[in-house]
Ligand binder design. Structure first.
Ligand code: C5P
Length: 312
């Protein structure tokens, strides 16, 4: 049974993510790449509110409206960032349409999306928004789909969307949609730098395909080493096992990546790398004060927006 507008209006956080490790294991017949990646959700997050709307009096499906605004005051040039499109082009709209079609329900929704997570950054903002909308609509429309069923639908929207439904650190495989939650990881503090421009994920994968394959040891050992370091709190091990196979491909497309890597290398980060297919670049810090100190230095290097956040 669908919950009436007056009975259901929920706001949830839609966290960003970082890839602490990303290995590309090969190309698949469907054009995607087989991955093994360790993802952690962040306190840096968008907010999404959803109110259900009933079908129209003429029996047509209720409208789906998606309003998008920035969490930062528009006059704040330092924080000014692009916003995703409102309405039908938004991933939230597409996710709700898909859920409505797949479930046969005829309700609609008013969604308000408050953006903090930068776009085209490899931080998963759009995927996280879509996952939050699916989870809320599942309840608001009274569908009661179980998490597995919702995750299958989520994978149709984007490879990262099922990760965000799981709400915790996870190793993701396949094209990213096979999610294995991992527990007991040390909380981590991060500094993230993001340039004004973004990279398209498919361009980065295409650039990777044109590079010769790299041979640098067993990926299973690296991931196991990283998880061990994250459970024991071994900073030196952590920096050693981190890695992102897409970084070289992104750097071939965007000189900013190497400039930023060089700037991070001058500071005492535990480890640093690109997240996903970029363009955001992040460093791991030992504690919150360490992160704030390094962020203050990086803000003088004119690399773009600099964020301080932590895992959750
Ligand atoms: O699934 P998603 O929409 O995030 O993927 C965007 C693009 O990134 C895909 O069209 C594909 O070109 C590339 N991709 C890939 N292998 C993956 C994930 C994404 O090649 N595992």
């Amino acid at each position: 049974m669908y919950l009436r507008k007056a009975e259901f209006r929920r706001t949830v956080g839609a966290p960003a993510k970082l890839n602490l490790y990303l290995e590309v294991l090969g190309r698949r017949d469907d054009g995607y790449h087989e991955l093994e990646t360790l993802l952690v959700p962040l306190r840096l997050r968008d907010s999404l509110s959803l109110e259900p709307t009933p079908p129209t009096k003429a029996g047509r499906p209720g409208p789906i409206h998606v309003r998008v605004c920035s969490a930062f005051p528009l006059e704040s040039v330092a924080e000014k960032q692009d916003l995703p499109p409102p309405g039908e082009k938004n991933l939230v709209f597409q996710a709700l349409e898909l859920l409505r079609r797949a479930s046969g329900c005829s309700h609609g929704a008013h969604v308000e999306l408050v953006k903090r997570v930068p776009l085209a950054a490899g931080l998963g903002g759009g995927s996280s928004d879509a996952a939050a909308a699916l989870a809320l609509a599942n309840r608001a429309w009274g569908l009661h789909w179980d998490p597995q069923r919702l995750a299958v639908l989520a994978a149709e929207i984007g490879s990262d969307v099922p990760f965000f439904l799981a709400r915790g650190p996870a190793v993701c495989r396949g094209r990213g949609e096979r999610v294995e939650p991992v527990a007991g990881l040390l909380p981590l503090h991060f500094v993230i730098a993001k340039p004004r421009w973004g990279l398209q994920t498919n361009d980065v994968y295409r650039a990777l395909d044109s590079q010769p394959p790299a041979e640098d040891g067993s990926h299973a050992d690296r991931l196991a080493g990283l998880l061990r370091a994250l459970r024991r709190g071994s900073w030196s091990e952590l920096g050693r096992w981190m890695g992102n196979r897409l970084q070289g491909a992104a750097a071939a497309l965007l000189p900013w990546v190497e400039q930023t890597q060089a700037a991070f290398a001058q500071l005492d980060f535990v480890g640093h790398q690109l997240t996903g297919s970029g363009t955001a670049y992040f460093g791991v810090c030992r504690h919150a004060q360490h992160a704030r100190r390094l962020a203050t230095i990086l803000r003088t290097r004119h690399l773009g927006l600099v964020y301080v956040t932590r895992s959750c």
